[in-house]
Ligand binder design. Structure first.
Ligand code: CMC
Length: 431
């Protein structure tokens, strides 16, 4: 028999029976939709206890520290797969056959270039514009290039949107960097893998031949896999909410990027490096830990804690290992920042404040150290996250629109403003 929950009222109003839904995995979910018809809403700022959709894409068990894409553990995908396969998996629900993979990679390659006029969009920015500001704008601007010809309710057209975004966002990210540097834009090189091509667009110049380092390319590809999706986080929920009105998908992705940019979300990787820079030396760790524990300081240990993970973020474990590989490859094993990060993690993990609140290092804690070692500047870190998350955003957007029951997202509120009052003419105000 299906489990239900009964809501009773202290004033004797009739109780309400609510169905309890159970997903493949995860906690039981009380379906509260019947409440609206009975004249009640629920209140959950920050959505700490609210499920917003059915989704078959990603599963997180925050207590156990598990992350699955379409049922596959992140560890298996990170070590045995590649970002192209994972993007296909997120979009289509299954790993591709060799033939399907070839066709997918071919299609992504076909879409890597930006419309020539998009260069003008870049050129409108100041040279010192933050790459995320440029990414949000240029990705949003894609909606001006691909709009009239698109029917988002046609699965084939949604697939083209997905391929265009996965293919073009690395070009947008790399060009945001090139524009900052005052270097010429580098066109995509379709003989290269996804990660290699990104490195080529970031680091090559017309003056010299460039061959991406395969160890670094593999590490980058792994980082892309780790960031590819993370169920209904702030940016993904933003993409879904924006897309729920039927809005242009490129504009929806831009809204997701804007949400990701914040320091509590994807902006944390940049904030971690700034924090380590400010710390400067291992001897100052206790001072920073004390500040993080002092609520009046307004300071948090960046790269620690997660809304869902109350155990080690499985991505952080893989990224720490990848960090070793990259630093070894670059002969930077004694990198003082890496040592400082390891020591900070060790000290925090022995501290009662962090233990009792289950605050563990998250995915952003080590990624910045890898990016910096590769020569990617701090201001580009969140752009790297956005690049990788594009596959997840577009898969979630596609899933939402494929659902015939999908509705426009429209939360309610508790109104705490003034009661009805009469309009006061300006000459009688303040009297
Ligand atoms: N440093 C110090 N204290 C912390 C931290 C931290 N990094 N994170 C949480 N806390 C404390 C918080 O003050 C609160 O303490 P108390 O119970 O005494 O009031 C308790 O832990 C619970 O925190 P919360 O703010 O209720 O937790 P949340 O689920 O709303 O926030 C978070 C999650 C990720 C926003 C938060 O942990 C945080 O600000 N972390 C630092 C930023 C960061 O690294 N973000 C990246 C997240 S992973 C990548 C991504 O999703 O983009």
């Amino acid at each position: 028999m299906k489990k239900t929950a009964t809501l009773t009222f202290s004033d004797g109003s009739p109780s309400i029976e609510l169905p309890i839904e159970q997903g493949t995995y995860g906690k039981p979910v009380i379906d509260i939709r019947a409440l609206a018809a009975q004249g009640y809403f629920t209140h959950d700022p920050g959505f700490t206890a609210t499920s917003s959709c059915n989704s078959a894409i990603t599963y997180i068990d925050g207590d156990e520290g598990l992350l699955y894409y379409r049922g596959y553990p992140i560890e298996e995908l990170a070590y045995k797969s590649d970002y192209m396969e994972v993007s296909y998996l997120l979009l289509h629900g299954e790993l591709p056959t060799a033939e399907q993979k070839m066709a997918f990679v071919q299609s992504i390659r076909h879409h890597t270039m930006l419309h020539d006029q998009m260069e003008n969009v870049f050129r409108g920015f100041r040279r010192d514009a933050h790459p995320m500001a440029v990414m949000v704008s240029v990705t949003g601007a894609m909606s001006a290039f691909y709009h009239e010809d698109m029917n988002i309710f046609d699965p084939k057209q949604r697939e083209i949107v997905a391929h265009r975004l996965i293919a073009k966002v690395p070009t947008v990210a790399a060009w945001s960097f090139k524009y900052n540097e005052g270097q010429p834009f580098v066109y995509p090189q379709n003989r290269m893998s996804y990660a290699e091509n990104f490195m080529h667009m970031m680091f090559s110049t017309p003056c010299e031949p460039y061959e991406p380092n395969p160890v670094l390319a593999r590490a980058l590809d792994r980082i892309f896999i780790l960031h590819a999706d993370h169920e209904q986080n702030a940016s993904t929920s933003t993409v879904r909410l924006a897309g729920s009105s039927g809005a242009n998908p490129y504009a929806c992705m831009a809204s997701g990027m804007a949400s990701l940019w914040g320091p509590l979300h994807g902006g944390a990787n940049e904030a971690v490096l700034k924090m380590l820079d400010e710390m400067g030396d291992i001897s100052r760790i206790p001072e920073f830990i004390a500040r993080a524990k002092d609520k009046s300081s307004g300071f948090r240990l960046m790269g620690f804690g997660h809304r869902v993970y109350k155990n080690m973020d499985p991505r952080a474990r893989i990224i720490r290992e990848t960090c070793y590989e990259v630093l070894d490859e670059l002969d930077l094993r004694d990198d003082p920042q890496f040592k400082m990060a390891m020591e900070l993690e060790r000290i925090a993990m022995e501290d009662e404040y962090f233990i009792s609140r289950k605050l563990y290092p998250n995915v952003d804690f080590y990624s910045g150290i890898i990016f910096r070692a590769m020569g990617i500047p701090t201001s580009m870190f969140t752009a790297m996250f956005a690049l990788a998350r594009t596959a997840g955003w577009v898969a979630q957007w596609n899933e939402m629109l494929s659902d015939p029951a999908h509705k426009i997202g429209r939360p309610r509120q508790i109104y705490t403003g003034s009661t009805r009052r009469e309009f006061v003419p300006i000459d009688r105000r303040g009297a």
